[in-house]
Design a protein around this ligand. Structure first.
Ligand SMILES: Cc1cc2nc3c(=O)[nH]c(=O)nc-3n(C[C@H](O)[C@H](O)[C@H](O)COP(=O)(O)OP(=O)(O)OC[C@H]3O[C@@H](n4cnc5c(N)ncnc54)[C@H](O)[C@@H]3O)c2cc1C
Length: 324
């Protein structure tokens, strides 16, 4: 079968890889210049930030096999220090760290880059509508026996409307996230953690990841690299705020944690994620009825993590060619 896939994030890449392994043809359409979607690495000078997914926890056999066995593991390292929690920037142990977490020295975008090897991906190609034909579907004048749609649920819903279709996923809501990348010309003091999390999302800064502690080689000699992810409420209220003001806010919190050497970053960048992670989910079986050749694979269906995206991509690929 020839299957069209919209989106080259982890879901779309997992679906395409699975289809190829099962002997089918997959063509992936990706609107950006690179594969990876919300697994996104930004570099400036010797600073390296993971502004989307900050680490990968191989929970479940499917992703464990691909991450640790099938793909090249060069530069893949286990994150050594745990996650701590913070309440109003008061830091303490207490996060149930669970499965080990992995990251790539060069940045987590290595994962989609390695997954994408050998796949037929049309980059810089936005799919704005889909047509139905007598035998299947058409995307940008190419015919397919079936389609898998992988953008976040609100974007997938718009694509379905272009076909006059809908699926029961109106309950799926994503939170926005302002991700603020900071680089400093000072080394961080020793810490027992690589990241801190405000589990209640009360503080404006939910997550602070010490990128240069998480994985070595992410900062220049004598420097440090951090990424602050702001709470859903803060991100919603200040989404359009200018970068300078946002950087100042995040820097203020870093200075309170680590002292006056962290008053002013030498480099910074703000990334705005309109749909960062889902807060509610749709039922896989209701969204993807048996026998349908138009399937939805999104982290809004199984869970809001890389491993869930990989799992749902694989599952839809197997379903569309009726393997299970
Ligand atoms: C700030 C942040 C922090 C996170 N932290 C973690 C973490 O620590 N651990 C973890 O496991 N997960 C984390 N996640 C979640 C994780 O990144 C996602 O669950 C996962 O990457 C989703 O993959 P996906 O393929 O479902 O979607 P996406 O990555 O969003 O991929 C969808 C792709 O579709 C493309 N696309 C959209 N519309 C179109 C169109 N019309 N035509 C063509 N292409 C289109 C997009 O460009 C994108 O590449 C985080 C996410 C964010 C944003």
């Amino acid at each position: 079968m020839r299957i069209g896939i919209v989106g080259a994030g982890i879901c779309g890449l997992a679906a395409a890889r699975t289809l190829n392994q099962l002997g089918h043809q997959a063509v992936v359409f990706e609107k950006s210049r690179a594969a990876g979607g919300r697994v996104w690495t930004y570099r400036k000078g010797e600073h390296v930030w993971d502004s989307g997914a900050t680490s990968i926890a191989p929970r479940g056999k499917t992703i464990e096999n691909v991450l640790l066995k099938e793909l090249c593991t060069e530069g893949l390292v286990a994150v050594q220090k745990p996650i701590y929690v913070h309440t109003g920037l008061r830091v303490s142990p207490g996060h149930p760290n669970g499965a080990p977490r992995y990251t790539y020295l060069k940045g987590n975008a290595e994962f989609p880059k390695r997954l994408a090897e050998g796949l037929d991906i049309r980059l810089d190609t936005s799919v704005d509508s889909i047509e139905r034909t007598s035998s299947g579907y058409k995307i940008l004048d190419e015919e397919f026996d079936g389609l898998i749609l992988t953008p976040p649920v609100p974007q997938t819903t718009l694509l379905l409307w272009s076909l006059g279709e809908s699926r029961p996923m109106a309950n799926v809501k994503y939170r926005p996230c302002l991700s603020i990348m900071l680089g400093f010309g000072a080394e961080l003091p020793p810490t027992n953690y690589h990241a801190i999390l405000d589990t209640d999302q009360v503080h404006p800064m939910t997550w602070l990841c010490l990128e240069s502690v998480k994985s070595p080689e992410r900062a220049p000699e004598g420097g440090s690299t951090l990424v602050a992810q702001m709470s859903a409420a803060f991100s919603h209220n200040y989404y359009e705020r200018d970068d300078e003001a946002l950087v100042k806010t995040a820097t203020g919190y870093v200075e309170r944690l680590f002292g006056p050497k962290f008053q002013a970053p030498t480099v910074s960048k703000v990334k705005r994620w309109k749909y960062s992670q889902p807060e509610s989910f749709a039922s896989y079986e209701h969204v993807n009825p048996k026998g349908s050749r138009l399937l939805i694979a999104s982290d809004g269906i199984l869970g809001g993590h890389v491993e869930d995206a990989y799992e749902v991509g694989t599952r839809t690929a197997r379903q569309i060619v009726e393997v299970d």
